[in-house]
Design a protein around this ligand. Structure first.
Ligand SMILES: [Fe+2]
Ligand SMILES: [Fe+2]
Length: 224
């Protein structure tokens, strides 16, 4: 372990396997018609997850683990969509072995990746809670690959209709709030609910594991 790298996001982003796995995942998801899952999504989830823990005054180590787990969370998609969460967790072990990180910390990252899609989820680690919320907060029209097809697919339509998404943590109020601006000419708010209700339930559970209440605002109206 003497030649191992310190775990920081910039070094993780330069890791050959990380780059190849993310590239492969995005290509595979493109081929099956899914939204964008490239380095932009990885970076966004990493940033939001570390922001959540930083704002809530979690230790610096937790913030670093969340930024790493956020960046790696979707790598498993290059082996197929199904079970990409567990596959990604196992794949990340091999990557983390190249860094100067304790087994305990590696296990925390793997755990967060492994449950990031779970709906029935028990959350015992703030890193996992942050990843669950951050992944769901990345809703944006930029993720739609083919805007001319948005009328055919509800997922694309809802993502495309989201012209702005912002997650704000308020430590004083103990709230984690997702603010979305949706173009109702493209998608009705009810469609958003059809897709995101189960995700919002997970966000509520994850926020409560962080001692916070999860709130959702769409077009300035509170919906959850
Ligand atoms: Fe995922
Ligand atoms: Fe994701």
């Amino acid at each position: 372990m003497s030649s191992s790298l310190a775990l920081d996001l910039e070094k993780l982003k330069q890791h050959t396997k990380v780059n190849l796995y993310i590239e492969g995942a995005d290509k595979y998801l493109d081929a099956i018609g899914y939204t964008e899952h490239n380095v932009r999504h990885a970076t966004k989830v990493s940033e939001i997850a570390s922001y959540i823990l930083k704002e809530l005054n979690y230790p610096e180590k937790d913030v670093i683990l969340a930024s790493a787990a956020g960046y790696l969370h979707d790598i498993g998609n290059f082996l197929g969509r199904q079970n990409h969460d567990q596959l990604g967790a196992i794949l990340s072990k091999d990557i983390l072995d190249d860094f100067d990180i304790s087994t305990e910390d590696a296990v925390r990252i793997m755990g967060a990746i492994g449950i990031h899609e779970a709906e029935e989820v028990g959350i015992h680690d703030p890193v996992s809670a942050a990843i669950l919320i951050a992944d769901k907060a990345d809703v944006h029209r930029g993720r739609v690959r083919n805007p001319s097809m948005v009328s055919y697919d509800i997922h694309d339509r809802v993502n495309y209709a989201a012209t702005e998404s912002r997650l704000i943590v308020d430590i004083k109020e103990k709230t984690i709030t997702l603010y979305l601006t949706i173009d109702t000419a493209l998608s009705q708010v009810i469609e958003y609910f059809e897709i995101f209700l189960s995700r919002m339930i997970v966000c509520r559970k994850a926020a409560s594991a962080l001692g916070c209440e999860f709130q959702l605002f769409i077009n300035k109206t509170r919906l959850a």
